[in-house]
Design a protein around this ligand. Structure first.
Ligand code: NAI
Length: 250
């Protein structure tokens, strides 16, 4: 029987792939046999990561739709197809909501929601033309619960929207061969959580709130994405796979 988890012969693009969860996802996709394009705003780190993985690099700012459109065009021109798109670029901003500026609200929504939509649209257009493809958006447990003690209403709202955007696009595109799913991690040890892990109160709350009593390593998120990208998930669409060490059970 053919291995349903293999990604041999597939081309994948990972936004926010330079570091953290995105880099681990890029590695997981490479290990499963895909030709991978690491896509990031940070060209220096992105190129180094791509080189280390035996992947390729393409620069893009996901908040600019022309930039992500060009990145998808580059992948299609270079590799002839785009089969897997992982829309993972994201930022966090922790600030009390009553004092959150318009600019900071917009900045978070712009990367975490606009960026995911622009990336889905760019990849989806191509995949609909070819009649096949798998899109995986990085959501978060913050799309299901409001984290504590740190304030991050813009982030939480954007992630809830990503989960619902995923379902909406799955409804539109699945009967034309394009599956759309999301993966929602719990706390993962990356640059994004460094500030919280260095804060005694936050770290204690995060670990106490996680039944497994620890944060994840980035490599523990990647297999969920590889699964959704592959034929093993051929009947999965519009689903959100929560990988959170149990955080959302309490
Ligand atoms: P990270 O900060 O380590 O990496 C984020 C990457 O996205 C960086 O390489 C950065 O250059 C890139 N990026 C930021 N803005 C961009 C833009 N406008 N265009 C293109 N690339 C851009 O963060 P981490 O932790 O790896 O997060 C990855 C995703 O996982 C994010 O969507 C985040 O919200 C989500 N997530 C993270 C969790 C965690 O605990 N670390 C938990 C749940 C979700």
């Amino acid at each position: 029987m053919t291995n349903p988890y293999t990604l041999e012969g597939r081309t994948a693009l990972v936004t926010g792939g330079a570091q953290g969860i995105g880099a681990a996802i890029a590695k997981g996709l490479c290990d499963a046999g895909a030709r991978v394009f690491v896509c990031d705003l940070d060209a220096d780190v992105g190129k180094a990561t791509a080189e280390q993985l035996g992947a390729e690099f393409v620069a893009a700012d996901v908040t600019d739709s022309t930039s992500i459109d060009a990145a998808v065009d580059h992948v299609v021109q270079t590799a002839d197809s785009l089969d897997v798109a992982v829309n993972n670029a994201g930022i966090v901003h922790n600030h009390p909501s009553e004092h959150l500026s318009d600019e900071d609200w917009r900045r978070v929504l712009s990367v975490n929601l606009d960026g995911v939509f622009y990336s889905c649209r760019a990849a989806g257009k191509r995949m609909l033309e070819q009649g096949s493809g798998s899109i995986i958006n990085t959501g978060s447990m913050s799309g299901h619960i409001a984290n504590r003690p740190q304030p991050q209403s813009a982030y939480n709202a954007a992630k809830a929207a990503v989960v619902h955007l995923t379902k909406s696009l799955a409804g539109e595109w699945s009967d034309r061969g394009v599956r759309v799913n999301s993966v929602s991690p719990g706390y993962v040890g990356t640059e994004l959580t460094k500030r919280g892990m260095n804060n005694d109160e936050w770290r204690r709350a995060w670990l106490d709130g996680t039944p497994m009593g620890r944060v994840a390593e980035p490599r523990e998120i990647a297999p969920a994405v590889v699964f959704l990208a592959s034929e093993a998930a051929s009947f999965c669409t519009g689903t959100d796979l929560v990988v959170d060490g149990g955080y959302t059970v309490w």
